[in-house]
Design a protein around this ligand. Structure first.
Ligand code: ZN
Ligand code: ZN
Ligand code: ZN
Length: 370
């Protein structure tokens, strides 16, 4: 799978920005393998297998993509951006990488690289000083350009359509299991144009009090609060939305709590203006929920960055004082979870822009009764 956004000029520009970040931090080589840094910097996604794929970026020189020969046909060559070096089954791929590094010793390593590749490299070069690649490319990936924002918006619109079907009662719930509804959502995510389903959480009744509940055999009953949190990857960029519906008459306590949650989510979105520290977005939601007496039941951060990965920097969490800049894209998803009874969450993807916070999800924010 590749992204539609990978044209050679864009990739070359990203590599140049990565090189500047490497020089700033004294990094002598950047090594990127499986994970999302590779499609960002080379327009190519490696299969997460045991054969070594490695993009080697040097601060003042070439970028080289070392790739298994049998995968080379899937690589789009980008002259001016990087050179492709295929290795055959009997070649020493780690040796090729060591050769490209030469006497460079301070290297930044992609966060999701297999430990195996790094261990084999360290056996060859025991004096390597290893840093995290996120400290080099994280700042770049965090700030989305216009094409990336439009890709996120398109993915968001696709899941909005599914949320609208759910809220209109056109996705059957009563009498089905969580697992069946989850499979239904997954099928719709693909039909809506995503190439991959990342998750389709369906948590009902007391199960929803666990934020990442795995959809199981519980059958949806009259009166259940049903939490659906789903998303996938479309043209290389992720969607992620949470909406809740009630089957039949909602409990008045649930209706009141939803009003609190909706106000908290709105307050956090409004707080997400350029220059505001990420932690202030979290505080804005938390304040509303705490004032209503549910503070102990909001048990996670308010949001996560989103892009090529479903969770990435910047995180909307206490302690993250990073100020928002135009192009930061992230979820705003406060929740209230009462153990043994019910749970609720309301999630949109938001982009910080010069004109203020822009929601990429437009599905209705009311607690739908179906
Ligand atoms: Zn989550
Ligand atoms: Zn979500
Ligand atoms: Zn999320």
């Amino acid at each position: 799978m590749s992204t539609q956004l990978a044209d050679p000029a864009l990739i070359a520009a990203r590599l140049d920005r990565a090189r500047a970040a490497m020089r700033d931090r004294g990094v002598e080589a950047l090594l990127v393998s499986v994970g999302r840094d590779l499609p960002y910097l080379a327009g190519y996604e490696a299969m997460p297998l045991e054969r070594v794929t490695m993009l080697v970026v040097l601060p003042d020189g070439e970028a080289t993509l070392v790739v298994p020969a049998l995968e080379a046909a899937r690589v789009t060559e980008m002259p001016g951006a990087f050179t492709v070096v295929p290795w055959r089954e009997t070649d020493d791929a780690i040796g090729v990488i060591a050769g490209l590094l030469g006497d460079r010793r301070t290297v930044a390593i992609g966060d999701q690289m297999w430990a195996r590749f790094l261990v084999e490299l360290l056996e060859r070069m025991p004096d390597l000083r290893v840093l995290r690649a996120v400290d080099v490319v994280g700042d770049l990936r965090m700030v989305k350009d216009d094409a990336e924002i439009e890709a996120l918006a398109a993915a968001g619109a696709a899941v909005d359509g599914i949320a609208a079907e759910l809220q209109a009662g056109r996705i059957p719930l009563l009498g089905r299991t969580e697992a069946e509804v989850s499979a239904d959502l997954s099928r719709r995510i693909l039909e809506a144009g995503h190439e991959r389903v990342n998750f389709a959480i369906v948590a009902t009744g007391p199960n929803a009090a666990s934020p990442h509940h795995h959809p199981g055999p519980r059958v949806i009953e009259q009166g259940d609060l049903v939490l659906c949190d789903f998303g996938g990857t479309m043209a290389g960029y992720c969607s992620d939305i949470t909406r809740c519906v009630v089957v039949g008459e909602p409990d008045p306590e649930v209706v009141d709590a939803w009003a609190v949650l909706r106000a908290a989510q709105q307050a956090a979105v409004e707080a997400a203006v350029i220059g505001t520290p990420c932690e202030e977005v979290d505080r804005a939601a938390r304040r509303v929920i705490a004032e209503a007496g549910y503070g102990d039941y909001f048990i996670h951060r308010t949001g996560h960055g989103i892009g090529m990965e479903e969770h990435e920097d910047p995180y909307m969490v206490e302690g993250n004082s990073r100020p928002l800049v135009a192009g930061h894209a992230f979820s705003v998803e406060p929740g209230i979870y009462v153990p043994g009874r019910w749970g609720m969450r309301l999630e949109d993807i938001v982009v910080a822009t010069e004109q203020g916070p822009r929601r990429l999800n437009r599905a209705d924010h009311a607690l739908a009764v179906v």
